[in-house]
Structures are given as structure tokens and as C-alpha cells.
Design a protein. Sequence first.
Length: 255
Amino acid sequence: MNNELEPGTSKETKQGQVDNYEQYLLHNRAAIIQKLKQLSKSKSNITAHFGGGKYTLLTQVVDVLSDKDLVVLDYGSNETINKKLLEADRVVFKAQVDGITAQFNASKFQKAKLHEKPAFACPIPDSILWVQRRQYYRVRVPLTDKAICELAHDDVLVPYSILDISIAGIALHIKDLEYALEAGMTFNNARLHLPDGETGSVNLEVVNQLPMKSDNPDAGERFGCQFQDISMDTSAKIQRYIYNIEQMNHRCKDD
């Protein structure tokens, strides 16, 4: 496996990037299998990047067949993109889940079947990047707060409600999706509007999409987004806001 990371994932500083990524690369086979199974158990969405960054596909780890040295991944809905992935020499998989950044490279894909459903299968990677950013804990935005993020769709600036926030990223809650928004999309100069008049400009990437409630489609979707090269000023504003939420939560517990 080629451990070269894609642009934007090679460093992690106080702005939310990974530095000295080699220390987070796992090479132990048992550890790699355990992490892949963790992704499978959590049903985490994973974005596949291939074709020199030209194509993306949203998938999940369905199963890990260690005895056959195979990772089984969910098959896509677009057959044209599926064929492109099967023909790709190298595919980079990225996931963000519960404050963890996971990334691995794979090749030699084949179409398979699992439980009578089509799937992708590839050899278990020989390393996986696993960064657990405990310092970047995420807090839920109180219902009484009006925290929004404005994204530019062509010439239209659209406000979205922020569900939760950390200095690494945000989750947006969207009930009625009027404009295209999916994993792999990037938005430059998105505008954060936090309570108390705090604002900041950020670049972000949409990394996953999940239903708010699997049994209630009307509840809307949760879009997880990762900040890219966030400024120290905006990072400080977010940290102050997180601190205020924590203080409020502590007061509520004490009452």
C-alpha cells in the first residue's frame, strides 16, 4: 500500500490538521482488522477517492473476511462510477467518525456478492491511518442557540443550522435539501455565525451524510463537515463558544 496521503491530510496542527502522520499509521495486521471492523460496526460512511481525484463514491465497510484477506464494501448506486472504481489502480478511503480520522489505500478491486447483494471486495490494506483527536471533542449546539453556517451554491448563499461543533468541524442539520450537498464536496469561504455575534470564515469539506432518525425520514439529514486550514482567529472563536456551552452545561447539572 502506498502511504502517500492526499492533499489536506498530511498534517494536523492546532488548526485541525495531522502532523507527523507516520506516528498514526498502524501496520499491525490484527490492529488494522480491528479498526476496519470498528468502521463496519459503526456503519460509518466512507468516501472513496480515485481517478486522480476526479471521482468519488460514498460507501461503507460491510464486512472484514480476515481468513480470505478481504475487505467487503458497499456497492454504489451509479454503475458508471462503480466500473471506474473497479478499474482504478489506487483508491483512497477517508472517514470521519466520533472525532476519529481514518484513511487507507486499496487496489485490486473485484465485484463480489455478500448476502445476495452486490459488493466491492479488495485485499486488507497493509496499513491504516487512525487519528483519534481526543482534544477535539464535539459539543451539541443548544436548541436555544442560533448557530448557522452559510454555504455558497453558485451565486446563492444558503444558511444551514449547526447541530454540533468542534474545532475540527461541524455537523449540519438539514430537513429540506434544495441544493446539491454530498460527501466529497468542498466549500471555500463558508461563513460561521455563532451566538453573541461571533463570525468566522472557514473552508470545509463534507465528509459524511446520515439520516437524523433512520425510522423517520422527515427528521432530515445530518451532514458531517471537516474544516480545512482554519485560521487561529476563527479557531479561538469556536473554542470560546464551546467553553460557554460547557459552562452552561455544568451550571445546569449543579442546579
